[in-house]
Design a protein around this ligand. Structure first.
Ligand code: ZN
Length: 453
C-alpha cells in the first residue's frame, strides 16, 4: 500500500510538469553542452582580466568586461549600479621564515589575510602554537605576550559537506588577530583554511575591533603548518614576517546588471554571482564560475527566445569578499529607488563543479515548490532540492523584502577548498563540462521558477 502510494505521489509530482517544460529544459541543456559560451567567457575573465580585488584596476576592468559581455548577448537592459567600496592592497613585500633553534631557516608560503595591517619592516619573535582558537582563548596572557601566535586548527576532513568543515574554521581566520592581540601577541599566523595538505596558502577576510590593537595576520600553507607544528612539538622556533599590506580610502565601484524584461516587468527575479575576487590566483571557481554560470543562463534563455513572465535580472555583484557592499547596495537601491516586487533571488558562489542541486532559505511552502522540481532534474543527475543557504550577495534582500526565498546553487563541494582564495584558483582548474552543466541547471531552474511563482 505504502509502495503504491509513493508511486501515485511520484506520478502526480511528475505530472505537474508539462511535456513542454521537459522539452524546453532539454533544449537548455543541449544549448549549454553543444553551443556553450561559458567556458570561453571564463577563460577571458581569468586571463584577460585576472584576479580582481575590490578597488583594483582589474576590478574596474572586470566591470567593463561584464557590461560588454552582457551587451554583446543582446539583453533588454544593461546598466551599472553605483556603490562605494573598501580598498585594501597586499603591497609588494610579503615573506615569512621559520628560524629553528640551531639557526637554520625555512621559507614558508604565506599570504596576508585580507584587511591585515603590515608589519612596518621585518618583524621577528618566538612563535607560540595553539591547536585551536579556543585553546588560544583559554591560554594565560603571560604565555602569549610579545610572541607571534600560530593557530593550527585543521578543517575537519570527516565532514562530507566541506562547507561545514570550512564553517568550523572560519572564526580562526575572522577572529584570530583580535584574540591573539587581546593577550599581547605581536602577530598571528594561521593554518590556511584548505582541505588538502599542499603548498598553497589561502587568504580571506579577517576582522579587527576598534578597542583592540591591530596586529598583522597571515595564513601559511597547510604543508608549512604541519612542519611548524612538528618543529614546535620538538622544541622552540622563531617566526620572521614582513608584509606591507595596507588600507586605502574607499573608492566608487559598480554592480553590473543585465535584464530580460518580463511580461510583468516590476516582478523581479534577481540572480548572479560576485565579480570581485581575492587578489591571488584568477578567481576562477570563486566566483568567476558563478559569473559565467548566470551570464550563460540568461544568454541561453534569450537564445531560445524565452519571453519571461517576470523580469529576469542578472547581477554581477562587486565586493562580496571584503565587505559585501555590492549586495547591500543593491538591496538598498531596489528598496529606496524602485517600486519593484522581488519574488526570488538566486546565487552561484560555490564553484564551477558538477551540479548536485539547489538549496533554499525560505518558508516550508517555498521549499515544497523547490522540492517539487526534483523529478524533472532526475535525468540530469541533480538530487539536492532542500532547505539551506542562499548566498552572501543576495542575503541583504531578505531584510529588504520580507518572505523572499533565497536560492543557492549547490555543486559538488569536495574540491572547492583545494582552490578557495588560493593561487591555485585558476581557469585550468575548472572543468568545461562540469561548468556547462551548472549553467544549464541554473537556466532550467530560473525557467521553472519564472513559470511557477
Ligand atoms: Zn565567493
Amino acid at each position: 500500500m505504502k509502495f503504491l502510494l509513493s508511486i501515485i505521489i511520484g506520478l502526480l509530482t511528475t505530472l505537474s510538469f508539462s511535456q513542454n517544460d521537459s522539452i524546453f529544459i532539454r533544449s537548455i541543456y543541449n544549448t549549454a553542452l553543444s553551443e556553450g559560451k561559458a567556458y570561453e567567457d571564463l577563460r577571458s575573465l581569468c586571463k584577460d582580466i585576472g584576479a580582481r580585488i575590490t578597488g583594483s584596476a582589474e576590478a574596474e576592468m572586470a566591470i567593463e568586461w561584464g557590461k560588454r559581455r552582457m551587451e554583446s548577448y543582446g539583453f533588454d537592459k544593461v546598466y551599472l549600479q553605483e556603490i562605494r567600496v573598501p580598498h585594501w592592497e597586499r603591497g609588494t613585500k610579503e615573506a615569512g621564515w621559520i628560524r629553528m633553534k640551531n639557526g637554520s631557516l625555512v621559507k614558508v608560503n604565506l599570504l596576508a589575510l585580507g584587511g591585515s595591517t603590515g608589519t612596518s619592516g621585518r618583524m621577528e619573535s618566538e612563535v607560540i602554537g595553539f591547536s585551536s582558537l579556543q585553546e588560544l582563548k583559554d591560554a594565560p596572557k603571560s604565555m602569549v605576550e610579545g610572541r607571534i601566535v600560530f593557530i593550527n586548527q585543521k578543517m575537519n576532513e570527516q565532514q562530507i559537506q566541506t562547507f561545514k568543515a570550512y564553517g568550523g574554521c572560519y572564526p580562526v581566520r575572522g577572529m584570530g588577530a583580535v584574540e591573539a592581540s587581546k593577550k599581547g601577541a605581536k602577530a598571528v599566523i594561521i593554518r590556511s583554511l584548505g582541505m588538502p595538505i599542499d603548498e598553497h596558502p589561502h587568504t580571506g577576510t579577517m576582522h579587527y575591533e576598534d578597542s583592540v590593537t591591530k596586529i598583522p595576520a597571515a595564513a601559511i600553507s597547510t604543508e608549512d603548518a604541519e612542519l611548524l607544528e612538528q618543529i614546535l612539538t620538538n622544541g622552540s622556533a622563531e617566526f620572521i614576517l614582513e608584509m606591507d599590506c595596507r588600507d586605502y580610502p574607499e573608492v566608487t565601484s559598480y554592480n553590473v546588471i543585465g535584464e530580460l524584461t518580463g511580461k510583468n516587468p516590476d516582478n523581479i527575479i534577481t540572480f548572479g554571482g560576485h565579480l570581485d575576487s581575492w587578489d591571488t590566483g584568477e578567481g576562477a571557481h570563486d566566483d568567476g564560475a558563478g559569473i559565467v554560470h548566470t551570464l550563460e543562463a540568461l544568454r541561453i534563455l534569450k537564445e531560445l527566445n524565452y519571453r519571461p513572465n517576470n523580469t529576469l535580472r542578472l547581477v554581477f555583484f562587486m565586493n562580496e569578499e571584503n565587505g559585501n557592499r555590492g549586495g547591500k547596495g543593491y538591496a538598498k537601491w531596489t528598496k529606496e529607488q524602485t517600486n519593484e516586487n522581488h519574488i526570488l533571488a538566486l546565487e552561484s558562489d560555490r564553484g564551477g563543479f558538477a551540479p548536485r542541486g539547489f538549496s533554499m532559505d525560505g518558508t516550508d511552502a517555498q521549499i515544497m515548490m523547490l522540492a517539487s522540481f526534483a523529478p524533472i532534474f532526475k535525468e540530469y543527475d541533480l538530487h539536492i532540492f532542500e532547505k539551506g543557504y542562499g548566498g552572501v550577495d543576495i542575503s541583504p534582500l531578505k531584510h529588504t523584502f520580507e518572505g523572499i526565498p533565497l536560492v543557492g546553487f549547490v555543486p559538488d563541494s569536495q574540491r572547492y577548498f583545494d582552490f578557495h582564495h588560493a593561487p591555485s584558483d585558476v581557469f585550468e582548474n575548472v572543468n568545461k563540462r562540469e561548468l556547462e552543466l551548472g549553467c544549464a541547471a541554473i537556466a532550467s531552474i530560473l525557467y521553472l521558477f519564472d513559470q511557477n511563482l
